[in-house]
Design a protein around this ligand. Sequence first.
Ligand SMILES: Cc1cc2nc3c(=O)[nH]c(=O)nc-3n(C[C@H](O)[C@H](O)[C@H](O)COP(=O)(O)OP(=O)(O)OC[C@H]3O[C@@H](n4cnc5c(N)ncnc54)[C@H](O)[C@@H]3O)c2cc1C
Length: 290
Amino acid sequence: MDFLRPTTWEEALAAKADRPEALPLQGGTDVMVEINFGVRRPEALLDLTRVAELREWSVADGVCRLGAGVSYTTVVEELGGALPGLAQASRTVGSPQIRNRGTVGGNLGAASPAGDSHPPLLAAGAVVEVESRDRGVRAIPVHAFYLGVKRPALEPDELIRAVRAGVAAGPQYFSKVGTRNAMVIAVCSFALALHPAERRAGTGIGSAGPTPLRATEAEDFLARELDWDAPPGAPLGAGLLRRFGELCAAAASPIDDVRGTAAYRRHAVAVMARRTLTWAWDDHVGRRAA
Ligand SMILES: Cc1cc2nc3c(=O)[nH]c(=O)nc-3n(C[C@H](O)[C@H](O)[C@H](O)COP(=O)(O)OP(=O)(O)OC[C@H]3O[C@@H](n4cnc5c(N)ncnc54)[C@H](O)[C@@H]3O)c2cc1C
């Protein structure tokens, strides 16, 4: 197995163009498990850990840009204000060791329907920046990035460079159901972001379909039905919450597997949808009162 170790982004793109079969390696928390268990035997590994710019993040013009090598620990410690939904999800990933090594870029590269960064990125309306040496940069809306089970929208010569999302201008929440509180793959998960200036909401559903999903009908419902100018402290109606939960559950496309049944997952998605909307709404009307 060849081990390619570029030190700049240009060298990394050249290596991927020349050796499209080379498997990118960032934190290695998915790749090394697959190699150790014999799931993969790549002819070459493309180690991206020396490409320093991938570990950087920045905020400009209301947009937060995370290099593909930004770890969950960095998101938790430094980005709770800009991307609270992603920071909440990052807190639930694995263990401290996995959060130190594991990256949002690696989660996107793996494109598992259970990956915890996907629902908040969907809810925030994130865009994935991918690049190849020969065709340059493509900006892919995250909802179009997941083509199938563990199938990201990457050409063989492309690498993920960064992911961009607007700095939160409203409340964001993430909720995850697992069989215990740490080191657990989601049975299912849900993220919600309110975008009050645009009078709309974003959603993301994890581990309840072949890919991470948005509940677009539920988003349209909230855009129509939420009273964005409600007075401080105004509660949400029980009917609105119930309908939102039903629409989110209907958007899921779960299966029965070892972690849970399809029926349980649909039920849990509805519960998480109602809970996250209640939390977000309380912040929204509370914030308006402040
Ligand atoms: C014990 C344990 C617990 C875990 N718990 C969780 C959890 O709770 N939630 C969760 O979501 N995940 C969990 N994971 C899975 C894993 O940690 C995450 O998916 C993590 O985000 C992977 O990031 P990484 O940097 O380690 O990726 P890597 O393993 O380096 O790469 C993952 C995939 O992305 C590709 N890739 C990496 N970088 C790029 C790039 N720049 N361009 C193109 N492709 C790229 C790789 O080729 C590979 O296919 C866990 C893993 C372990 C071992």
